[in-house]
Design a protein around this ligand. Structure first.
Ligand SMILES: Cc1cc2nc3c(=O)[nH]c(=O)nc-3n(C[C@H](O)[C@H](O)[C@H](O)COP(=O)(O)OP(=O)(O)OC[C@H]3O[C@@H](n4cnc5c(N)ncnc54)[C@H](O)[C@@H]3O)c2cc1C
Length: 571
């Protein structure tokens, strides 16, 4: 969206640094989902060339590469689910499906020539800040085909485009970076509950984000665990094919209609050929969605009305002997969990071959699921629509900052980042789609754009305050001098957290339901707690007194004040 302040500032400062023979920060982005790609596009548009995107899987798109299940798609109108600086004007329908969104991600790579900066099939295992040099060392290893981290294999490409930083050609090693952007997403580590007997199940079993397209479900008895955002999309097509579907759910959801439709040739022509129409349409969607924030305020009049409307409709159209109230009427306030949209969910539940089970699962046998009341229901296939590990953020990647402090210790009582992007004691390191930046009512990409804007201003400041000269040859490393150091002050970090929690107390998310937005302690770590307009305002301009230059340790305390040539460390 408008006011591209960060990109313009960085562009100016990169050009000035080059004129003065100073080097620009070497940036490493971890993750090639839409957030990582968005940041890369803005770097390229700012004139930055020294960056690498490290991605563990073998393609781009993140969420939209992983979630290939039948019916997978967006529940935000597509024109707002693309970057304003890389708009896609030719969406075929109002709510795009997964293949079209993945195409968009791949189009971004091609259109902005991101390909040479990609290092796919490589997992970042850890990040450590080298205090004297101000350089981040990222340990990387190739991902094995099963999704884990494997031994080094010869012949993989090294790091592209990062001045002086190389992983070993074999893929395992250390990458050196002046700026690190963790764009690892909130929803890509599948969660499978620890159900007794699961390992004894004889049929195929998979998580919705790892769909087994080789298994034909025709004529099979399918057990689905979970009834959340993914399940409401894949159950209808599965129910149309399988002999039977049994859905084991913890609690029913508020599911509203999806106003989806393919765009007519005339509408597409207008949106594609008249940029002003596309922009106006994007804004119109944004403000309609933004007004829905009113539903998410604790005990709001709008929320209560919406809840009543939902429940009245469900009672009138869905509740029956086969689908009693407890199976379809939510027992928590609207918005406490994600409000879902689908035109097929309730019709699927009404099929005679579909059963909804509200009793918890006790255990799984080789060919059946047994609930706590002792009922045994045969199953040939088991599908988990049980979501993701959501509240731990970077806990799977050890990150060590200034003074040896660990991010996991800092976040022991729940993840938090200043404006969702920066953590005190971790200079020049940022997150995209980090803590408290998820939404229930608007597009995540809007939030990610605002984060990119703020971080680019911080990188511009880093560039301005860098004393490092450009090396004569890339092989000679980054030259002499130090990169600038930018970080959030402990005071600003603390105040930001207090304000977030204060605002959170007035939202529906704290009203008692269990949801993926909350950590075990009950702290809401994932969602932004107010209007996105406020986030927009908060991230518009960098406040140097909050996120600004931080001093490096003096030469006397460290014995060194220069960043010598970066070296690759083979493992
Ligand atoms: C099924 C589904 C539907 C959704 N629908 C919507 C919607 O309608 N509207 C909406 O706004 N949002 C939706 N979301 C949320 C969606 O995740 C975000 O909108 C957005 O795609 C997040 O992009 P990302 O790049 O931040 O994260 P991701 O897409 O998760 O990408 C993160 C990337 O980081 C990589 N990575 C992680 N750890 C490492 C590591 N250690 N080393 C290297 N690479 C690593 C991952 O492999 C992945 O490619 C949906 C999510 C899901 C799962």
């Amino acid at each position: 969206m408008a006011l591209d302040i960060g990109r313009r500032e960085l562009r100016r400062d990169v050009a000035a640094a080059r004129r003065r023979g100073r080097s620009t920060p070497r940036v490493v982005i971890v993750g090639a989902g839409l957030s990582g790609l968005g940041f890369a596009i803005q770097l390229i548009r700012s004139g930055v060339r020294d960056f690498t995107i490290v991605e563990q899987s073998d393609g781009v798109g993140g969420t939209w590469r992983d979630n290939t299940y039948p019916g997978s798609g967006c529940d935000v109108p597509s024109h707002l689910y693309s970057f304003s600086f890389a708009p896609k004007s030719d969406w075929t329908r109002r709510f795009a499906e997964q293949p079209e969104i993945l195409d968009y991600a791949e189009w971004c790579v091609e259109r902005f020539r991101i390909g040479p900066h990609l290092r796919l099939g490589t997992t970042v295992l850890g990040a450590e800040f080298d205090e004297p040099s101000g350089v981040w060392n990222l340990t990387v290893a190739p991902r094995d085909p099963d999704g884990g981290v494997g031994a080094a294999t010869a012949g993989e490409p090294g790091v592209n485009g990062v001045d002086g930083a190389t992983g070993e050609p074999g893929g395992t090693g250390v990458i050196h970076a002046d700026t690190v952007i963790f764009a690892c997403g909130q929803l890509n580590r599948p969660f499978i509950p620890d159900v007794p007997g699961l390992d004894r199940f004889a049929g195929p079993a998979w998580h919705s984000a790892r769909w087994d397209h080789r298994s034909d479900l025709a004529g099979r008895r399918v057990a689905v665990v979970g009834s959340g955002a993914s399940a409401i999309q894949f159950v209808p097509p599965v129910a149309a094919r399988a002999a039977s579907v049994t859905i084991y759910q913890r609690s029913p959801n508020y599911v509203g209609p999806k106003k989806d439709r393919p765009y007519s040739a005339r509408t597409r022509w207008m949106l594609e050929r008249v940029p002003a129409v596309e922009r106006a349409y994007r804004w119109w969607i944004y403000w309609i969605l933004e007004s829905r924030w009113l539903w998410f305020r604790k005990d709001s009049w709008a929320g209560r009305q919406l809840g009543r409307l939902f429940i009245k409709g469900i009672r009138a159209d869905v509740v029956s002997e086969r689908l009693p109230e407890e199976s379809v009427v939510p027992d928590y306030p609207v918005g406490c969990k994600r409000i879902l949209i689908s035109n097929d969910w309730y019709p699927a539940l009404m099929r005679s071959t579909v059963e909804v089970v509200d009793r918890p699962i006790d255990h799984i046998e080789s060919d059946a699921v047994v609930t706590v009341d002792g009922q045994r229901r045969p199953a040939d296939v088991l599908i988990f629509g049980t979501g993701f590990v959501t509240t731990e953020f970077l806990s799977h990647i050890p990150v060590t900052g200034e003074g040896g402090r660990r991010l996991s210790d800092q976040w022991a009582r729940g993840a938090h980042a200043y404006r969702g992007v920066a953590v005190a004691g971790f200079p020049n390191l940022y997150l995209l789609y980090g803590p408290n930046t998820n939404l229930g009512h608007n597009s995540i990409l809007f939030m990610v754009e605002r984060q990119i804007n703020l971080i680019l201003q911080a990188v511009a400041l880093q560039t301005r305050t860098s004393t490092r000269t450009t090396a004569r040859t890339p092989a000679a490393g980054p030259g002499t001098g130090m990169t600038g150091r930018v970080g959030v002050t402990p005071e600003a970090y603390r105040r930001d957290d207090e304000r977030t929690q204060e605002l959170m107390a007035a939202t529906t998310w704290v009203t008692g339901c269990t949801s993926w937005y909350k950590s075990g302690s009950g702290r809401v770590t994932n969602n932004w707690p107010t209007w996105t307009v406020r986030y927009w305002f908060d991230t518009l301009r960098l406040r140097r007194s909050e996120l600004g230059p931080v001093s490096p340790p003096t030469a006397a305390t460290t014995g060194s004040a220069t960043a010598g040539p970066a070296t690759a460390t083979a493992r």
